[in-house]
Write a new protein. Sequence first.
Length: 168
Amino acid sequence: MPLPTTKAELLQNLRQAYEKLDAEFDAVSSSHERVKGIEGNVSCCDIIAYQIGWATLLLGWDKQEQEGKLPAMPAPGFKWNQLGELAQSFYESESEKTLDQLRSEFSDVYHALVHWIDSLAERELFRPNQRQWTGEKWAMVKWIQINTVAPYRSARTKVRRWKKEMKL
């Protein structure tokens, strides 16, 4: 999928991906919300916890740099070769919450992302080297895309497949 080339296009892609993924959970009852049958042996709650986790990290990286700190990437205590363990930590940290609670948090983090993106200039979004945490090769838009829009779309496909198998 090509990267968006304007802030408006990025925000539109984010909104559409968020709304479509979130809507997939409308038909999921509380009796199915923790069933681990989605590809990767995860539940609907795990899917949302993962999205919340990565969006929170993304927002945190930029906030930390703006505060003059060097963000621990991908997360404190994790290296890039430990993404499976990081995902597991997202599932565990949200394991006591209902799907409705997680969807509310997902909405909150989505709105925080929109506010953050709105606050950025086009050059900050689309030119490399605008933040230390983005590195020299990638513009911020790529980090946003691979941590929000792309996984939202991928997760939606997996949830739809699972719902079809479960006849939901």
